[in-house]
Design a protein around this ligand. Structure first.
Ligand code: SER
Length: 318
């Protein structure tokens, strides 16, 4: 990776991945792009206003900067997707297909995240294997499985260096996620600091895989830098760090903020989505093929999230 383009850089992952990649590869070697200018990202390196569905504009940016690696982070998340499935398909698949075509034409490596949302149907929910039944029941999941298959197709058919991970719910403190089923695990920290109470849309006992952003960022770089000869899989690797249900993250917050309280007001759409997703992924293929290993767990993440969000709150930033 020498000249990197991030498409959809203004989102939850992109806003931090841009900064992380610039710290490793140099500010000028990481081009951030999104539909709207993101002043924070435009200050520290090249930024392009780009709609990933506009293929000539996308190709022009890749040519202008002589890009060799693309991170395609354009996506509507699961709950938003259920409100407008056609739009979710058009955006998620449109950006993917354009990224694959451009990667083929300009000989770029391509990373497009998949998700725990790719699972569904009759598969093992505990220690969900790398290779298993994938019959997702959301349009978001249908897009992710399609993305995995099409990315493998571009690798075997055209030799495009496509790689991907199935991200768990990602927890972070810079940019809020939007419209995801796992968003509650971010919101709970903000509400704990701001209001001292939280209403949880996910039912008690519903476990999902989650990951702290620093681990997610490391996974992206580690996989893209991995020796291709060692990769048996490509699109896409299960990766895991922690798995918890709402009452467990609540207990972790309450241990640190004893006055914190949580009630439930279950959102039936999110409940159905969450119930169709794994309880806990088996990530042994990622560990064996490219050395994946998480560094954060629920306890260390909770310490860090509460500290950073409390600082932001004290400064009036949130
Ligand atoms: N965080 C995503 C969502 O909840 C899953 O990948 O939609």
């Amino acid at each position: 990776m020498k000249k990197i383009l991030i498409v959809g850089a203004g989102g939850q992952i992109g806003s931090e991945l841009t900064v992380y990649l610039r710290s490793i590869y140099g500010n000028n070697n990481v081009v951030a792009s999104d539909m709207r200018v993101n002043p924070m990202l435009a200050e520290t390196g090249p930024f392009e206003e780009l709609n990933a569905l506009d293929i000539p504009a996308y190709a022009a940016v890749v040519a202008k900067y002589n890009i060799d690696t693309i991170f395609n982070l354009v996506a509507l998340l699961s709950a938003t997707g259920e409100r407008n499935p056609k739009m979710a398909w058009d955006i998620n698949i449109g950006a993917l297909v354009n990224s694959l075509e451009i990667a083929r034409r300009f000989n770029c490596a391509l990373f497009t995240p998949s998700s725990i949302g790719a699972f569904g149907g009759d598969y093992p929910k505990d220690n969900t294997p790398q290779d298993t039944v994938m019959r997702p029941t959301t349009v978001y999941g249908v897009c992710k499985v399609t993305g995995e298959m099409l990315s493998d197709y571009y690798f075997t058919r055209f030799g495009v260096d496509t790689r991907s991970v199935r991200f768990p719910g990602i927890i972070s403190n810079v940019t809020l996620p939007g419209g995801g089923t796992t968003d509650y695990a971010v919101e709970i920290y903000y509400e704990a600091i701001k209001a001292g109470k939280f209403t949880c849309p996910i039912p008690e006992g519903c476990k999902m895989d989650m990951m702290y952003m620093p681990d997610a960022l490391r996974a992206c770089v580690q996989l893209m830098e991995a020796d291709p000869a060692k990769l048996v899989h490509r699109n896409s690797f299960n990766i895991a760090a922690m798995s918890f249900a709402p009452e467990e993250i609540y207990a972790a917050v309450k241990k640190r903020l004893p006055d914190f309280s949580m009630t439930y007001d279950v959102d039936p759409v999110k409940e159905a989505i969450a119930n169709s997703w794994p309880n806990k992924l088996d990530d042994s293929c990622a560990r064996n093929e490219w050395g994946w290993k998480p560094e954060w767990d629920l306890e260390t993440m909770t310490d860090d999230m509460l500290k950073i969000i409390a600082e932001k709150h004290a400064k009036g930033l949130i």
